[in-house]
Design a protein around this ligand. Structure first.
Ligand SMILES: C[S@@+](CC[C@H](N)C(=O)[O-])C[C@H]1O[C@@H](n2cnc3c(N)ncnc32)[C@H](O)[C@@H]1O
Length: 333
């Protein structure tokens, strides 16, 4: 199950399986509004009920004006880049711009077409030993990792918990992310220039350790109906996640575009033989009456999430868990 705790504890974003629910009361924070106190959460990789490894987020976060967690900025007039600098201040990434000024402001095209032939070649599987200090550790994959700050923050603050792999289709972003990884001397994170639609299966099936968490956070919306097939969450990706995720592993997805969130929800609901929404199995997750998870469980917001919330948008979240009694059904793959 997933739980948060702050104030005296540091925030945690970790996933626990099968441990008994014990939700603390939700006191009102005297300064900034309600804070949800849930249990620390950890991800049990073995399926035992005693708690396991945790995806933890060390930094304390305050609840902000929009009711979510995170170091919210209270004025809508605050610019996204400033808000991002504040939220990710402890990474000190600005310090590294001097060493590579061209990486400070990466100019990229707004969207690419993942179905074009230039993105159809699967990424080469890396020598895992050369990219992770210990490639047998549990793996979290972030699909569409964007700037990479979100995953770097997790990798830096949760070093002992496993490895982090970011898949991103825009090469310049990957180059900058990898530059930051090197400067921060992190040995548990790697970014790859890859079209997740064609490379996810190849990469994760070749990883030596267990896949325990997949995140798909604010994927590109491709609003036009004729472009929906460019959206990263397609049946083949869902089936590949279903196949490769460890039993008890989880999928965290969110979008500020309701139609995109619905689309992702429908795709994962269609594999109810494999996935169960956490709201149905763990009442310590706070969901609205439609089953959207109300809080980001990771303890840090993604850049798109920060931007969207500054604009007053709502984030729609779902978290799925692979059934503990899942029996592989190969005809889906
Ligand atoms: C809107 S951004 C969100 C980035 C980040 N997850 C966040 O929430 O801030 C979506 C990202 O997904 C990437 N992307 C889109 N399609 C992709 C694909 N097929 N494979 C890998 N990355 C993809 C885009 O290049 C972009 O960086």
């Amino acid at each position: 199950m997933l739980g948060f705790r702050s104030s005296g504890w540091r925030w945690h974003a970790a996933l626990v399986l099968g441990s008994p629910a014990s939700t603390s009361p939700s006191p009102i924070h005297p300064r900034v509004g309600p804070i949800v106190y849930l249990r620390r959460r950890s991800l049990n990789l073995t399926g035992d009920t005693g708690g396991g490894k945790r995806w933890c987020c060390k930094e304390p976060r305050e609840t902000g004006v929009h009711g979510g967690e995170g170091r919210r900025l209270k004025s809508a007039a605050v610019r996204s880049p400033d808000a991002i600098e504040v939220e990710y201040a402890d990474l000190n990434l600005k310090d590294f711009y001097g060493a590579a000024p061209h990486l400070g402001h990466v100019r990229i095209r707004q969207h690419v077409n993942p179905l074009s032939s230039s993105f159809s070649t699967p990424a080469e599987v890396p020598e895992w030993k050369s990219v992770f200090r210990d490639p047998t550790q549990p793996l979290m994959v972030d699909i569409g990792s964007g700037s990479g700050r979100f995953l770097i923050w997790l990798a830096k603050n949760c070093r002992e918990r496993g490895n982090y792999l970011g898949l991103e289709i825009r090469q310049k972003l990957v180059e900058r992310s990898q530059f930051w990884v090197k400067e921060l001397q992190l040995e548990n994170i790697h970014f790859m220039f890859a079209n997740a639609m064609v490379s996810f299966e190849t990469l994760v099936s070749a990883y030596p350790g267990p896949l325990i968490l997949v995140s798909i956070l604010c994927p590109d919306p491709y609003f036009k109906k004729r472009h929906h097939k460019r959206r990263v969450v397609q049946t083949s990706l869902v089936n590949s996640i279903a196949k490769n995720l460890s039993v008890g592993g989880q999928v965290f997805m969110q979008s500020d575009v309701f139609d995109v969130a619905l689309d992702m929800r429908d795709q994962f609901d269609a594999r109810s033989d494999v996935f169960e929404h956490v709201g149905a199995i763990d009442h310590s997750f706070l969901c609205d009456d439609q089953g959207w998870v109300l809080h980001n469980p990771m303890g840090i917001r993604t850049e798109r999430e920060i931007h969207a919330e500054l604009e007053g948008a709502r984030i729609y979240r779902r978290i799925y868990q692979k059934h503990t009694q899942y029996l592989p059904c190969t005809n889906h793959i």
